[in-house]
Design a binder for this molecule. Structure first.
Ligand code: HEC
Ligand code: HEC
Ligand code: HEC
Ligand code: HEC
Ligand code: HEC
Length: 171
C-alpha cells in the first residue's frame, strides 16, 4: 500500500518537472533570464575590457556570415596553455578539451526560426556591436540589452532606411 503511494508521488513529481521544462523552453525571450548563469565563469570584462582583446578576434564570423559564432574550446586553449593554466576555472576549461566536449554556453540572444537575421549585413553597414548588444566590454556576465521584438528591428530599419519589406526578415 505504502509503496504504491510512493510510486504515484514519484510519477507526479517527474511529470511536474517535465511540464516545467517544456514550459520554460516555450517561454518568450522577454520572460527568460536576461543574464543567465553560464557553465564556466568566462568574463567579457576581463578579455574584451581589461585585456583589450577585439570582439572580432573571437567572433570572427560576424563580418562574413549570418552568425557571429562562439569560439571553440581550442581557441581558449591556445591562450590558456600559457595564461593562468593553474587557475581553477582554467583547469575546468581544460576538462572540456580533454573530454572533447563543447562548452554548453547558454544563449542570451536568439530570434525565432521564422526570422532571418544576418550579422554581416549589419556589420558591413558600419553598425557597432554595442548598438545591439550594449557595453559588453564592461560585463562580467552577458546581459541581454535589446528585446529583439519585431518593433525593435523595424524602428532601426526605418531610421536607417533599410528594407522593411516582410520578406526581408521572414523567408
Ligand atoms: C576571448 C574571446 C571573446 C572576446 C574577445 C569577446 N567574446 Fe563575446 N563571447 C565569447 C564567448 C566564449 C561567449 C559565450 C559565453 C558567454 O555568453 O559569456 C560570448 C558571448 C557573446 C555574446 C552573447 C551571445 C549569446 O547569444 O549568448 C555577445 C552578444 C558577445 N559575446 C559579444 C561580444 C562583443 C561585443 C565583444 C567585444 C566587445 C566580445 N563579445 C568579445 C568570447 C569572446
Ligand atoms: C587571446 C588570449 C585569450 C583567449 C583566446 C582566451 N583568454 Fe581567457 N584570459 C586571457 C587573459 C589575458 C586573462 C587574464 C589573466 C589574468 O589576469 O591573470 C584571461 C582570464 C580568463 C579566466 C579567469 C582566470 C582566473 O584567473 O581565474 C577564465 C575563466 C578564462 N580566461 C576563460 C577563457 C575561455 C573560456 C576562453 C575561450 C572562450 C578564453 N578564456 C579565451 C586571455 C585569453
Ligand atoms: C543590428 C543588431 C546587431 C548588431 C550590430 C550585432 N548583433 Fe550580434 N546578435 C544580434 C541578434 C538579433 C542576435 C540573435 C541572432 C539569431 O538568433 O540568429 C545576435 C546574436 C549574436 C551572438 C550569438 C551567437 C551567434 O553566432 O550569432 C553573438 C556572439 C553576437 N551576436 C556577437 C556580435 C558581435 C561581436 C557584433 C559586432 C561585430 C554583433 N553581434 C553585432 C544583433 C546584432
Ligand atoms: C540598430 C539598427 C538595426 C537594427 C536594430 C536591426 N537592423 Fe537589420 N539592418 C540595419 C541596416 C543599417 C541594414 C543594412 C541596410 C543596407 O545595407 O542596405 C540592415 C539590413 C538587414 C537585412 C538585410 C536587408 C537586405 O536588403 O538584404 C536583414 C535581413 C535585416 N537587417 C534583419 C534584421 C532583423 C531580423 C532585425 C531584428 C532582429 C534587425 N535587422 C535589426 C539596421 C538594423
Ligand atoms: C526588420 C525585420 C522584420 C521585418 C521587416 C518584418 N518582421 Fe515580422 N518579425 C520580426 C521579428 C524579429 C519577429 C520575432 C519577434 C516578435 O515576435 O516580435 C517577428 C515576428 C513576426 C510574426 C509573429 C508574431 C508572433 O506573435 O509570433 C508575424 C506574424 C510577423 N512578424 C509578420 C510580419 C509582417 C506581415 C511583416 C511585413 C509588414 C513583417 N513581419 C516584417 C522581424 C521583422
Amino acid at each position: 500500500m505504502k509503496k504504491s503511494w510512493l510510486i504515484a508521488g514519484l510519477l507526479v513529481a517527474v511529470l511536474a518537472v517535465c511540464g516545467g521544462l517544456a514550459l520554460l523552453y516555450h517561454l518568450p525571450l522577454d520572460l527568460r533570464d536576461r543574464s543567465p548563469r553560464q557553465p564556466l565563469a568566462f568574463s567579457h570584462k576581463v578579455h574584451a575590457g581589461d585585456n583589450g582583446i577585439h570582439c572580432l578576434f573571437c567572433h570572427r564570423a560576424a563580418p562574413g556570415s549570418p552568425v557571429a559564432g562562439i569560439p571553440p574550446v581550442s581557441a581558449c586553449r591556445s591562450c590558456h596553455l600559457y595564461i593562468s593554466p593553474d587557475a581553477p576555472e582554467i583547469v575546468r576549461l581544460m576538462t572540456y578539451w580533454d573530454g572533447r566536449e563543447p562548452i554548453p554556453w547558454v544563449r542570451v540572444y536568439s530570434v525565432p526560426d521564422h526570422v532571418y537575421f544576418p550579422h554581416m549585413m549589419h556589420v558591413r553597414a558600419g553598425l557597432d556591436c554595442g548598438q545591439c548588444h550594449g557595453g559588453v566590454a564592461a560585463m562580467d556576465r552577458i546581459t541581454r540589452y535589446a528585446n529583439l521584438k519585431m518593433g525593435w528591428c523595424m524602428e532601426c530599419h526605418r531610421r536607417s532606411r533599410a528594407s522593411i519589406d516582410c520578406w526581408t526578415c521572414h523567408k
